[in-house]
Design a binder for this molecule. Structure first.
Ligand code: UT7
Length: 348
């Protein structure tokens, strides 16, 4: 069976830079706390009106398509991973298809948060391997800033996340041993509410206070009072320490699983590109696997956590910096809301 290779990588980050000191203008936080706990120095926020998750995804996609040596017309399937879609429905995949004037190809949206890009990559890999498609565009894009609360009550969330997009084009390769060697996907919904945004959603009513006298009380439906909105009912929620504890177990586990599946060892990895959740998490994983600094790529310092976009942005920056060469063994890994976690091993 043929395998799939990454033929082109691209990324885009909005031009608006917000340093930690900039955030301390809006909420009680400071540069020292943020850097010490997360490693983040600054992040990008999209233009409030001019940019959306789709439009920044399009910029990354153009970059990846050009580098793959194809045109938007050659793409035969789209997979778009995001937790911050432009609309509740339809998904960003079809919006990107429209924006890029692509053919009437299939467009799939993936809702796996921080692991979204790796889930999307794994799906694309299966389609290429079976010969169903030849040029699959995989995009991870986020505009977190649209739903972020820049008040002190949300500081544990809002100092971490940033906006951005990354993309790859997957193509078949006949070269023995090249391309995606394997992907490994996992989930455990037991702690689904530990890192979540509940509204809008079909279960949202149960998180909201009673509102007697309204038909929605009997029938359900989307309703929220100004007080509920102002109380933060539609904001992301995260129990940071609980997520941290799980992440430092699952990251190394899924990386070791990938290595074992290919009869490889940690020392065979040329570059580990972890999801940029927290620099402390990446450093812990690095230490556990015994990898030197030059074998782990981190850019959370510049962009914060861009969830589904973080792996392709980091992969692209590493590639542009010449840190990925032909035949290198590249390991991608992610963990996040769901919980979901995943890894991919690639012979470049
Ligand atoms: O992408 C995957 C999803 N996310 C993650 O992987 C995140 C995993 N978790 C983390 O990275 C860390 O838990 C955080 C960086 C989110 C928080 O760090 P922490 O060391 O776990 O802090 P904490 O939440 O336990 O809070 C410690 C203190 C609290 O004050 P008190 O109660 O000790 O007085 C917080 O109120 O720090 C306070 N705090 C802040 N102070 C200044 C929380 N956020 C901030 C802030 N600035 N931004």
């Amino acid at each position: 069976m043929q395998s799939s290779k990454i033929a082109g990588v691209g990324y885009y980050v909005p031009k608006n830079v917000y340093t930690n000191n900039d955030l301390s203008r809006f909420m009680e936080t400071n540069d020292e706390w943020i850097q010490e706990r997360t490693g983040i120095k600054e992040r990008r926020f999209a233009d409030r009106l001019g940019e959306t998750t789709t439009t920044i995804g399009v910029e990354a996609a153009k970059n990846a398509i050009e580098r793959a040596g194809i045109t938007a017309q050659d793409v035969d399937f789209i997979i778009f991973a995001t937790l911050s879609p432009d609309y509740y429905f339809p998904g960003c995949g079809v919006l990107l298809q429209r924006e890029m004037k692509m053919k009437e190809i299939g467009a799939l949206d993936v809702r796996n948060q921080c692991s979204g890009f790796l889930y999307a990559l794994s799906i694309a890999d299966q389609f290429i391997k079976t010969g169903m498609y030849k040029n699959i565009l995989v995009v991870g894009s986020e505009k977190h800033s649209f739903a972020m609360d820049f008040e002190t009550r949300s500081r544990n969330v809002s100092v971490i996340f940033g906006d951005g997009a990354g993309a790859v084009v997957l193509q078949p390769t006949q070269k023995e041993g090249q391309g995606i060697l394997s992907t490994h996907l996992h989930s455990d919904g037991a702690d689904a509410e530990i890192l979540a945004m509940f509204y809008p959603g079909a279960a949202a009513n149960k998180w909201l206070p009673e509102k007697p006298g309204y038909p929605e009380q009997e029938l359900g439906g989307l309703f929220m009072t100004t007080e509920q909105l102002e109380g933060g009912a539609a904001l992301p929620y995260m129990d940071g320490p609980a997520v941290f504890k799980k992440a430092v177990v699952k990251f190394p586990e899924v990386i070791r699983e990938a290595l074992a599946a290919n009869n490889l060892k940690a020392e065979d990895i040329d570059l580990l590109v972890p999801h940029q959740a927290n620099l402390r998490i990446s450093q812990y994983v690095q230490q556990l696997l015994g990898l030197s600094d030059d074998k782990v790529f981190n850019n959370i310092q510049k962009y914060g956590n861009t969830t589904a976009a973080s792996v392709p942005i980091a992969l692209c920056e590493a590639w542009e910096a010449g840190k990925i060469k032909e035949d290198d063994l590249v390991c991608l890994a992610a963990f996040g809301s769901g919980f979901t976690w995943a890894s991919a091993l690639i012979r470049w």
